[in-house]
Unconditional design. Structure first.
Length: 427
């Protein structure tokens, strides 16, 4: 590859890698956003220099409509909210930056070599996060608990998303397949260990749902006999629920006031009170909300509690759909549901292309389902978690499309030839 294209593309890939590597750490917002922006500008420069389209967006009318709906709805409610400047800043970080990540990763992720760089970076980041979790373990009883990896809630959401990528170790053709499998085995062990250390209960249910979704959608290329598939369908829910209960038992040790152990802790979960208060808050402003990412929205919920401790700590609905409804009314909640439905549908539409594409698309469905379920009991669909979600969605769509022998092979070959011609001219 001549110097012009080689240098700029390599820098763009490096910047994209940096954006997802630093994302889960504190004070990285500026770095990850800047890295993505510069990567996009490099792609625009190459487009202008070579007259070859280097920026792409995943195909699918409903998928594109769902993304644009989410962007437009949040933008509209940011403008009409009580603090439009603050809302627009959050709109940029929670909506535009993840969208930018999806575009950059989709445009760049067109070869196993580039995808391998990203996966190795995510694995290294996972090892670093797990080491930090061992150094600064979960401490729910300490009010000043503020680890450098933000908190275990964000970390558990990160783990759910990374788990959806594990099948890529055997779905893609790597130069060293055995090494890829060993790295995937290492990643699996670390994900499970880190998930246990977070003391999060829902993460095990997410893993179970994701595994079942993958098996269901990937039935043509799963590599399992019918008996093994049936056994997996039976054992997976049992294992998932068992780990949920075991994690709940471990978590109950942090809350000695919980009566009757796990059952008592589940019955006394404050989320029931929060969800009830959230519904009442939404009912007061069902179509206007209290403003996207504003203090008014947080206070509208927290002020419904009489106890000072509740008012201090319960400032979000612990459900990202309810949170969207509090901030933007029912249209905001619908926009969130439309977004996830559109992304999931985009992956489902690719299942008929080929068994290989179907298997990668199944990873995408598992990603969407896992993130959605994880945010049913909390709200971590923002900031760096939303950025990683956008990046992984773009990457998986890219893998599906460059593996598609019918829709994209000829177009990619034509584009590659034009790039080579442009590179020869530039050289």
């Amino acid at each position: 590859m001549p110097p012009l294209m080689s240098y700029h593309m390599q820098v763009a890939v490096l910047l994209a890698t940096i954006s997802i590597f630093v994302a889960p750490f504190r004070a990285s917002a500026g770095l990850r956003a800047s890295a993505l922006l510069v990567a996009l500008l490099l792609l625009i420069f190459l487009w202008w220099k070579t007259r070859v389209r280097t920026i792409e967006f995943p195909k699918g009318v409903l998928f594109r409509a769902s993304v644009l709906t989410w962007v437009a709805v949040v933008f509209f409610y940011s403008l009409i909210g009580p603090n439009w400047s603050l809302s627009l800043v959050s709109w940029r970080g929670d909506v535009i930056t993840p969208l930018l990540a999806g575009i950059v990763f989709y445009s760049l992720g067109r070869s196993p070599r580039i995808v391998a760089i990203w996966l190795v970076a995510l694995l290294v980041g996972l090892l670093v996060l797990t080491a930090m979790l061992l150094i600064e373990p979960f401490q729910p009883g300490i009010a000043t608990y503020a680890p450098r990896y933000v908190n275990v809630g964000w970390l558990s959401t990160w783990l759910v998303m990374l788990a959806s990528l594990l099948p890529l170790a055997w779905l893609l053709r790597w130069p060293k397949p055995r090494l890829a499998l060993w790295l995937a085995a290492l990643a699996t062990c670390v994900v499970v260990a880190a998930a246990w250390l977070t003391a999060n209960r829902v993460v095990w249910l997410c893993f179970g749902v994701m595994f079942l979704a993958y098996l269901t959608m990937n039935k043509r290329n799963g590599g399992l006999k019918s008996s093994a598939r049936i056994a997996a369908f039976v054992l997976c829910p049992i294992l998932s629920v068992g780990l949920f209960y075991a994690s709940s038992t471990a978590r109950a040790a942090y809350y000695p006031e919980a009566e009757n152990g796990v059952v008592g802790m589940l019955r006394q979960d404050d989320r029931y009170l929060i969800w009830e208060a959230a519904v009442r808050t939404i009912a007061e402003r069902p179509f206007t909300g209290y403003g996207f990412a504003t203090e008014e929205a947080k206070n509208a919920l927290s002020m419904r509690f009489a106890e000072p401790w509740f008012r201090e700590h319960f400032k979000q609905a612990h459900n990202f759909v309810l949170n969207a409804a509090i901030q933007m009314g029912i249209p905001g909640a619908i926009a969130v549901l439309v977004l996830f439905a559109g992304i999931g549908y985009g992956f489902l539409c690719r299942r008929h292309v080929s068994p290989q594409v179907c298997a990668v698309a199944a990873c995408g469905v598992a990603l969407v389902g896992g993130v959605f379920l994880r945010n049913m009991t909390d709200d971590f669909f923002s900031r760096h978690a939303a950025l990683l979600f956008g990046a992984l969605v773009g990457m998986l769509f890219a893998i599906c499309d460059w593996r598609d022998p019918t829709m994209y092979a000829k177009a990619l070959e034509t584009t590659s030839q034009r790039l080579r011609d442009a590179e020869d001219t530039a050289a």
